[in-house]
Design a protein around this ligand. Structure first.
Ligand code: PLP
Length: 276
C-alpha cells in the first residue's frame, strides 16, 4: 500500500558521516538533525515537542562526549553496558548527564545498569526484568524501560517477536521498579524505504493494540524507533524517541556487527553494512 510520504532512507550514507571534532561541529550537526526532526513533524502533522532526540555516543571517546555535552546534550545512548558504565565513571563531574542503555543486556549485567542508567531500552525477557528489579530495589532506584520488539523478522535481531509482546507486557506490572514507557525497535537495515517503514508501522500498530489489553500501570506512550539513516520515516510513523549516533558524532570505526549480531554470512568486516 503506498503511503503519504516518499521519504527515502539515508542508509547509503552509513559509515560516511564526517567526524565531529569541535563544539561547533556538534552544534551544527545537532541543529541539522533538529531541523530534520522539525520538518518530519511538520509534514506528518505532529507537534515537535512529542519527539525526543537521543544522541547515541557508542564507540566515541570521552573527549567527544564532553564536546557533545558542551553543545547541550544531557542524555546519551550507549549500546554496550560496560562501555556506558566506564564512561559514566569517567564523567561523574557532569552531574546532569543521563545515560540510556539501548543495547541487548545479559542478565548477569543487570546490576551494572541498575547502578547508573536512567533508561533501558532493550528489555526482552522476564529473567532480565526479575534481575533488574532485584538490583534496583537494592539500589533504591527506579528505571525507565522500553520493551524491544523484533519488527524486521530477522533472526539476527534481538527483541521479542510481536506475537510474544502482549503476554510479556501483561507480566511487567509485577516489577514496580521498572517504569514501562513503551516499545523500541531497530528497523530492517535496508535502502528500501517502504520495507523500513513497515517495521515502524508494525511497532505503532502493536502499541495501539496493547493499549486495549495492557494493565493500567504499563505506560505505552513511547515508541523508540529511527536512527541516523531512517529517523524521519520513523517520525512520520509515530516515533517519540529517535536514537541518532553517526549524524551527530560522525561515522564509527568499529563495524556495526560489534553491536548487532551480524547476518549469517555477512562477515561483518566493514563499517558499512550490506544493504538488503
Ligand atoms: C548505534 C545505535 C543507534 C544509532 O545508530 P546511528 O546509525 O549511529 O544513528 C540506534 N539504536 C541502537 C540500538 C544502536 O545500537
Amino acid at each position: 500500500m503506498p503511503t503519504r510520504f516518499d521519504t527515502q532512507t539515508g542508509h547509503d550514507r552509513h559509515g560516511f558521516y564526517p567526524q565531529a571534532e569541535t563544539v561547533e561541529d556538534f552544534q551544527r550537526n545537532l541543529a541539522a538533525v533538529q531541523a530534520r526532526i522539525a520538518a518530519a513533524c511538520l509534514r506528518s502533522g505532529r507537534d515537535r515537542s512529542t519527539v525526543r532526540l537521543l544522541p547515541v555516543s557508542k564507540t566515541k571517546p570521552e573527549s567527544s562526549l564532553r564536546l557533545a555535552y558542551a553543545a547541550g546534550c544531557r542524555y546519551l545512548g550507549e549500546n554496550k553496558v560496560q562501555e556506558a558504565f566506564s564512561k559514566w565513571q569517567g564523567m561523574q563531574d557532569l552531574t546532569d548527564l543521563h545515560w540510556s542503555v539501548i543495547g541487548h543486556l545479559q542478565t548477569n549485567k543487570a546490576k551494572v545498569v541498575a547502578r547508573f542508567a536512567s533508561e533501558f531500552q532493550a528489555l526482552d525477557s522476564l529473567r532480565l526484568a526479575e534481575a533488574l528489579e532485584r538490583r534496583l530495589q537494592t539500589e533504591g532506584r527506579g528505571l525507565d524501560v522500553f520493551v524491544q520488539v523484533n519488527t524486521s523478522g530477522e533472526a539476527s535481531k534481538y527483541g521479542l517477536s510481536p506475537e510474544e509482546v502482549p503476554a510479556f507486557v501483561s507480566k511487567l506490572s509485577a516489577y514496580p521498579a521498572l517504569r514501562v514507557r513503551g516499545l523500541m525497535t531497530l528497523a530492517l537495515f535496508s535502502a528500501e524505504a517502504e520495507r523500513v517503514r513497515q517495521c515502524f508501522i508494525l511497532l505503532r500498530t502493536l502499541r495501539d493494540q496493547l493499549r486495549q489489553s495492557a494493565p493500567a500501570s504499563i505506560g505505552l506512550d513511547e515508541l523508540s524507533m529511527g536512527m541516523s539513516g531512517d529517523f524521519e520515516i520513523a517520525i512520520e510513523e509515530g516515533a517519540t524517541v529517535v536514537r541518532v549516533g553517526q549524524a551527530i558524532f560522525g561515522a564509527r570505526v568499529l563495524p556495526d556487527s560489534h553491536y548487532w549480531p551480524s547476518e549469517p554470512g555477512s562477515g561483518g568486516g566493514s563499517s558499512a553494512r550490506p544493504l538488503n
